[in-house]
Design a protein around this ligand. Structure first.
Ligand code: ADP
Length: 400
C-alpha cells in the first residue's frame, strides 16, 4: 500500500510517496511559494531525474492537485491512478494535551486540532489547510495525523510545568509540550534496535540538531524530558532561534529599541541563534564550520555557544535519568557534522566516560556507533526519517 506523506507549512508543502510494505520511497518533492508569485513544484521519482516546474498555486488545494498530477503523470509518475494511494499521513505540529499518539483523522479530530491553534498559531492552521485540501481531492482516501508533540506526552508533571502561577496551566494549558517527537521516537527506537538491546531497558539522550534543534531524554522507552517548550523557541541555540533566554530580556529590548512584543518575538525566532550570534554571517552550520578554522571570531563563538548548550542539556538529562547509556545524534547537523559532534563530545562529555572513535565519527549516512568499544557511554549517529515513521504509523492506523 502506498502512503502519501504530507508536511504542510504556511507557504510550502513537502511530500513523499512511500510503499508501506517494502518501506521504499517511490517519489518525493516540494511545492514552494504557495499563494505567492513564482510558485513551483519540485518533483523527484525514486531513481529518476529531479524536475522543477513553475506552477501557479493560489492555495494548498492547487498545490496538492499538482502533487497528484506529478505522481500519476504518464511519463514520470510512479502510480497509474489515485486508487494506488492507500492513505495519506499528515505531519501535524501541535496536538496539545489531546493527542498522546497518532490518530485517524475524523471531523472530531479536525475540531480538536483547531482547538490547539492558539498553541501553534503559525503551524496548526497550515496543517489543517493541508488536511482539507486532501479531503477535497481524495475524499475516499483515509488520512492519519502524526503529531510532533505526541511522543513527549509521557513527560511527568515535574518536567512539563513551568514555575509560573498554576492557574495559567489550568486556564491556558501553558506547559512544556516539546516538538520533533516523531524524530526522537524513531531515533531512540532505532538506536536500541541497532545495538540489539531492549528499548525498555535503556536511558537514551537524543540530540536532534538541525536548523531547528532539540534534545530529549528517553528512559525505559518513554520520553521523560525535552528541551523545546510550549513552542519550539525554548532550549538549544538554533539556526535562527535564540533558545533559552532570561524572559526579562524581551521587555528590555522592547524598551531600548522601541519595539513591540511581536517584533521582539520575530527577532528571537528569525534573527537570533547562530545567525544572530555570528553577526548575520549565516544560520547554516556549514558556513560557520568553514569560517571556524579561519579564526572568524563570530563563527567560533557561535559554534562554541551552540555546542556548549547541547552539552549542558546532555548533562541535565543524564541527571534527570540518573545516568545515560546511549547518546544519539541526528538531523542535518547531528548526522553530517563530525566537527560539531567532536566539539560536544571531546570538550564536555569526558565525565560520562565518552570516548569518540575518530574514524567512525567521519562516516556519514548510516546508523553507526561513533564511540570506542571501551567508551562508558555509547555515542551513535542515527539518520532520522520522520517521513518513514509517519508512513509506518499511517499504515498501522489505516490498513483494513
Ligand atoms: P530543519 O529540518 O530544521 O530545516 P535539517 O535537519 O534539514 O533542519 O538540518 C539543516 C541544517 O543542517 C542546515 O542548516 C545545515 O546547517 C546543516 N547541515 C547539513 N549538512 C551539513 C554538514 N555537512 N555539515 C554541517 N552542517 C550541515
Amino acid at each position: 500500500m502506498n502512503i502519501l506523506v504530507i508536511n504542510c507549512g504556511s507557504s510550502s508543502l513537502k511530500f513523499q510517496l512511500i510503499d508501506a510494505q517494502t518501506e521504499q520511497l517511490a517519489a518525493k518533492g516540494l511545492c514552494e511559494r504557495i499563494g505567492i508569485e513564482g510558485s513551483r513544484i519540485v518533483y523527484t521519482p525514486a531513481g529518476g531525474v529531479k524536475e522543477i516546474k513553475e506552477a501557479p498555486m493560489a492555495n494548498h488545494t492547487d498545490a496538492i492537485r499538482y502533487v497528484l498530477e506529478a505522481l500519476t503523470n504518464e511519463k514520470t509518475g510512479v502510480v497509474k491512478s489515485l486508487d494506488e494511494i492507500g492513505a495519506v499521513g499528515h505531519r501535524l505540529v501541535h496536538g496539545g494535551e489531546k493527542f498522546a499518539g497518532s490518530t485517524v483523522i475524523t471531523d472530531e479530530v479536525i475540531q480538536a486540532i483547531e482547538e490547539c491553534n492558539d498553541l501553534a498559531p503559525l503551524h496548526n492552521p497550515a496543517n489543517l489547510i493541508g488536511i482539507s485540501a486532501c479531503k477535497e481531492l481524495m475524499p475516499n482516501t483515509p488520512m492519519a495525523g502524526i503529531f510532533d508533540t505526541a511522543f513527549h506526552q509521557t513527560m511527568p508533571k515535574k518536567a512539563y510545568l513551568y514555575g509560573i502561577p498554576y492557574e495559567y496551566y489550568e486556564k491556558y494549558r501553558i506547559r512544556r509540550y516539546g516538538f520533533h517527537g516523531t524524530s526522537h521516537s524513531y531515533v531512540s527506537k532505532r538506536a536500541a534496535e541497532v545495538l540489539g538491546r531492549n528499548y525498555e531497558d535503556l536511558k537514551i539522550i537524543v540530540c536532534h540538531l538541525g536548523n531547528g534543534a532539540s534534545v530529549s531524554a528517553v528512559m525505559n522507552g518513554k520520553c521523560v524530558d525535552t528541551s523545546m517548550g510550549m513552542t519550539p523557541l525554548e532550549g538549544l541555540i538554533m539556526g535562527t532561534r535564540s533558545g533559552d533566554i532570561d524572559p526579562a530580556i524581551i521587555e528590555f529590548i522592547a524598551h531600548k529599541e522601541n519595539k513591540t512584543i511581536d517584533e521582539v518575538m520575530a527577532i528571537l525566532n528569525k534573527k537570533s541563534g547562530v545567525l544572530g550570534l555570528s553577526d548575520n554571517l549565516s544560520s547554516d552550520f556549514r558556513d560557520l564550520e568553514d569560517a571556524y578554522p579561519q579564526g572568524n571570531v563570530r563563527a567560533v563563538e557561535a559554534m562554541d555557544c551552540f555546542a556548549y548548550r547541547v552539552a549542558k542539556y546532555i548533562g541535565a538529562y543524564a541527571a534527570a535519568m540518573n545516568g545515560v547509556d546511549v547518546i544519539c545524534f541526528t538531523a542535518g547537523v547531528g548526522e553530517n557534522s563530525s566537527f560539531t559532534r567532536e566539539l560536544i563530545c571531546n570538550n564536555y562529555l569526558g565525565y560520562l566516560g565518552v570516548k569518540l572513535d575518530d574514524e567512525a565519527n567521519q562516516k556519514r549516512g548510516e546508523d553507526i556507533t561513533i564511540s570506542t568499544p571501551d567508551s562508558k557511554t555509547t555515542v551513535m549517529v542515527i539518520p532520522t526519517n520522520e517521513e518513514l515513521a509517519i508512513a509506518r504509523e499511517t499504515y498501522r492506523l489505516t490498513r483494513q
